[in-house]
Design a protein around this ligand. Structure first.
Ligand code: B1M
Length: 213
C-alpha cells in the first residue's frame, strides 16, 4: 500500500474528515484508481473502526465521526465511481431494511452499481417492505436490493419478499440481498435470487440477475 493510502486509512480510523478529503484528492493526483482507494484505504479503515467498536475501544460517537470522514472521501470518489460508459443495464431499487439505520455499505453498493451502468433508486434506510414494493412498481425495476447490518433486521428481507409475492410482483423482479451478517445460506432460506458479499461482487451479481431475467 502507498503512503497516501496508509495515511488515508489512518484518517478514517481517527475520524479526521478534512485529512480524509485532502488525502483522497492526493491519491487521485497520484493516479490511484477510485476503486483502489476504496478497497485499500476506506473499506479497511472502516473495518478497523468496526473492530474497535466491537472491542469497546470505540463508542457510537467515534464511529459516527469515522463514518463522516469516510463520507467526505466518498463524496470525492462518487462521481468517478458512478461515471458510466455503458448503456443502462437496468433499474435497481436499493435500501437498508426496516429498523436498520446502517447505510455505509448500502451506499457503496449503490455507487458501484451506478458505476456498473445501472440506474439506481435509493430509498435510504429503515425502508418498510411496502415501500420497496411501491418503488419497484413505480420505477419498473428489474432488481430490488436489500441491505441489513443487524441480525434483528434480517427477517425484514423475507417480509419484503412475501410482500412482493402478495402484490403479485415476485416473478417480475429479482431480489438481491447483502450486508455483514447476511450469507448465501440466508439468501437461499428466504428465497432471494442472489447474494453478494461485497460491493464489487454486487455489480457482477446484478448483471447476472438481469441476464437471466
Ligand atoms: Co452498528 N452495529 N449499530 N452502527 N455498526 C454493527 C453492524 C455491529 C456488527 C457492531 C458490533 O457489535 N460489532 C452490531 C450488529 C450486531 C448484530 O446484529 N450481529 C451493531 C449494532 C449492535 C448497532 C446498534 C444496535 C448499537 C446500539 O445502538 N447499541 C445500533 C443500531 C442502529 C440501527 O440500525 N437501528 C448501531 C448503530 C450504528 C451507528 C449509527 C453508530 C453506525 C452506522 C452509521 C451509518 O451507517 N451511517 C454503526 C456502524 C458504523 C457500525 C459498524 C462499526 C460498521 C458498519 C459499516 O459501515 N461497515 C458495524 C461493525 C462492523 O461491521 N464491523 C456495526 C463498513 C461497510 C463498508 O461494510 O456495511 O458490511 P458493510 O457493507 C459491505 C458488505 O456487507 C456488502 O458490501 C459492503 C461493501 O463491501 N453489502 C452488500 C452491504 N449491503 C449489501 C447489499 C448487497 C450486497 C452487498 O446487495 C443488496
Amino acid at each position: 500500500m502507498t503512503d497516501t493510502l496508509n495515511a488515508l486509512k489512518e484518517a478514517i480510523i481517527v475520524g479526521n474528515a478534512p485529512a480524509a478529503k485532502e488525502l483522497t484528492e492526493k491519491a487521485l493526483g497520484e493516479n490511484l484508481s477510485a476503486k483502489q482507494i476504496l478497497d485499500e484505504a476506506l473499506i479497511p479503515g472502516m473495518a478497523v473502526v468496526g473492530e474497535k467498536f466491537k472491542n469497546n475501544e470505540y463508542y457510537v460517537p467515534e464511529v459516527l465521526i469515522a463514518a463522516r470522514a469516510m463520507y467526505s472521501a466518498l463524496d470525492i470518489l462518487r462521481p468517478i465511481l458512478s461515471k458510466s460508459e455503458v448503456e443502462t443495464e437496468g433499474t435497481v431499487v436499493i435500501g437498508t431494511v426496516k429498523g436498520d439505520l446502517h447505510d455505509i455499505g448500502k451506499n457503496l453498493v449503490r455507487m458501484m452499481l451506478e458505476g456498473g451502468g445501472f440506474r439506481v433508486i435509493d430509498l435510504g434506510v429503515d425502508v418498510a417492505p411496502e415501500k420497496f414494493v411501491e418503488a419497484v412498481r413505480e420505477h419498473n425495476a428489474q432488481i430490488v436490493a436489500m441491505s441489513a447490518l443487524l441480525t434483528t433486521t434480517m427477517p425484514s428481507m423475507k417480509v419484503t419478499i412475501d410482500t412482493l409475492k402478495n402484490a403479485g410482483m415476485r416473478e417480475k423482479v429479482k431480489v438481491m440481498v447483502g450486508g455483514a451478517p447476511v450469507t448465501q445460506a440466508w439468501a437461499d432460506e428466504i428465497g432471494a435470487d442472489g447474494y453478494a458479499p461485497d460491493a464489487a461482487s454486487a455489480v457482477d451479481k446484478a448483471k447476472e440477475l438481469v441476464r437471466v431475467n
